[in-house]
Design a protein around this ligand. Structure first.
Ligand SMILES: Nc1ncnc2c1ncn2[C@@H]1O[C@H](COP(=O)(O)OP(=O)(O)OP(=O)(O)O)[C@@H](O)[C@H]1O
Ligand SMILES: [Mg+2]
Length: 273
């Protein structure tokens, strides 16, 4: 494994939809050993960045993983190069058990022969993913009756069995309970020890607790970047999240610094919209 030398480097990424610039020249990088966050108001271009990195949307500029250029490559090739992602809504096979879901995910990388061999027992990569995500006891449970949090963890486990070098997660804690959020944050920190982890998230509290480094997008451009405290203290970020013009469109996204109770009030009021 070359994990230590790995980096996901996005340079001047642009994505247009029929002339509308959704991502207008975004650059950032992510490395193993940090939980990298991408935040920003609705429509900022976060999901589009992930779509472009994973080959779902066409982009220009450059996205490299290690020494490999990803832009212009088909989705399946990018998966095989080691990029895994989750979507804003969980996509597991509800009728199948946890183990069956994982077997299908692992099959993406396996030859017919090794799939045959795998029938004799649980693949070690699946066993590891079950342990890592805390789903060992649920292996025979149909995915449809898992809790919301467990479904998200299953999606993460489905990425892990593919041995990814980079995991991109789009709003992984949306709809989760507080305990599930904490478990997810700790899981992402463990995963990030040896892999690239990029998290798109609306939940500011979650971001504050688990982010190593944050990039804030706004209208398809990088507005601010740095450690959590740095980004929160950036007047440009405060304006986007709390400014009169932006407040109505940034519901639930308000950056709330512990030291500024007035901001907490504004955030609470904004949540109802
Ligand atoms: N397939 C598409 N065709 C046209 N416009 C699109 C398409 N996908 C996204 N957009 C537009 O691009 C902009 C960025 O969208 P994107 O989904 O990346 O935002 P986001 O930051 O993920 O927002 P959210 O927080 O709401 O998920 C939005 O204005 C959106 O309407
Ligand atoms: Mg999105």
């Amino acid at each position: 494994m070359t994990a230590a030398a790995d980096a996901l480097v996005v340079t001047d990424l642009r994505v247009e939809f029929d002339g509308f610039v959704a991502v207008g020249g975004v650059s950032f990088d992510a490395h193993p050993g940090e939980v990298r966050f991408l935040i920003g108001p609705n429509g900022a271009g976060k999901t589009t960045c992930i779509d472009a990195i994973t080959g779902l949307s066409k982009g220009t500029g450059s996205v490299t993983l290690g020494d490999q250029e990803l832009l212009g490559r088909p989705v399946n090739k990018i998966v095989r190069l080691g990029v895994g992602r989750t979507f804003q809504t969980a996509s597991v096979f509800e009728q199948l058990t946890v183990l069956q879901n994982l077997d299908i995910a692992a099959g993406l990388h396996r030859s017919a022969l090794s799939l045959l061999r795998a029938r004799r027992g649980v693949d070690p990569s699946i066993e590891t993913a079950l342990e890592e995500t805390g789903l060992s006891a649920e292996r025979a449970t149909p995915a449809g009756i898992l809790s919301h949090g467990q479904k998200q963890w299953l999606e993460i486990a489905m990425m892990l069995v593919q041995g990814p070098r980079a995991l991109l997660l789009d709003e992984p804690v949306a709809g989760m309970s507080q305990d599930e959020r904490t478990a997810t944050g700790e899981l992402l920190q463990r995963i990030a020890e040896r892999r690239i982890v990029l998290v798109v998230e609306h939940d500011m509290d979650f971001m504050r607790r688990y982010a190593s480094r944050v990039t804030v997008l706004h209208q398809g451009k990088v507005l601010s970047e740095g450690a959590v405290a740095q980004v929160q203290a950036d007047p440009k970020v405060q304006e986007v999240y709390l400014g009169t013009a932006g407040a109505a469109t940034t519901t639930g996204m308000l950056a709330v610094a512990e030291s500024t109770p007035a901001m907490t009030d504004a955030a609470t009021q904004g949540n109802g919209a």
